[in-house]
Design a binder for this molecule. Sequence first.
Ligand code: MRU
Length: 342
Amino acid sequence: MPHLQSRSLRVYADYLEYLDQTQLPQAEQWVRCNSPEEWQHAVKNLAIRGAPLIGLSAAFVLAQTAARHPNGDWQSVSDRLRATRPTAVNLMYCLDAMEACFEQGVAALAERAAELFAEDRELCQRMAERGADLLQSGDRVLTHCNTGALATAGVGTAIGALAIAKQRGVALHVYVDETRPLLQGGRLTAWEMADLDIPYQLIADSMAASLMAAGKVDKVMVGADRICANGDFANKVGTYMLAVAAHYHNVPFYVVAPYTTVDPACASGSDIPIEQRDAAEIRGASGAFGDVVWAPENAPVWNPAFDVTPATLVTAWVLDTGVFDAAAIARGEHCQGRGGRF
Ligand code: MRU
């Protein structure tokens, strides 16, 4: 029996199991992770993904590696984990919290990781309830990437809000952006919508603007990987394009995230490090359905995993700590989190 469990992570005494998100929805395959190297491999290929889940799983890997090597160089393990994906600040939040326990030893590290896991579950519940308060029966909500239980320890961020609304009996229709190039929407969000029994339609990312022009979108709700002091935020590439279209069509645009995604040290979006990924992801695709290449071999490629949406395009920032409008963001209210980092 795992000590702790979420939709995509099982924590045992000295190893982890993760639900391999590259295999969904074709197969629900749980894979054992015994080392920082195995974790790095899983995170780089997005078998483990989503800002909160990346941070939480890193915390457990660090605690378990320290227990296995009580006299090892824990700091260099943490440094290696930290460098695996640069954009989502939740990884840095979790590793900062773990490093602050180094002097207290192995048992404290295991405890701290478990606390972070429990905290994320609670944060999800709170932000999702606040997000659900913004939704009414009949709303047609467009979302991007995957922000559900697969990406967190709890109900999720933006999808969490949809899930709580559903529990409250609010009848929604969700448009799911397929989210090129790695199809987190088409593969994972579509699967979660079916699991939650929420009516949805899958669209290619390039269809969102014309869907808005046709008056078929009432709200956009997305997650975030890092929110800056000025309210700019990074999220899966394609989010910015949605925000521009929503602004043009007067569609409210909400970002839903825990305070652990806020980085007050980042003044604005231009300070966020954006991960660049392999050209093969754009020249073709690979996954449970096999490998396909459609572009000329060696076609030059630009492949940023995330983009930055400026604060001016956001209607409200829905955090566990509150719902903030532009004026509250300008006063820095979103930076007043409860965690050790602030
Ligand atoms: O590259 P991914 O799949 O890890 O990107 C995930 C996202 O962009 C999510 O929207 C973000 O992490 C917030 S979700 C909980």
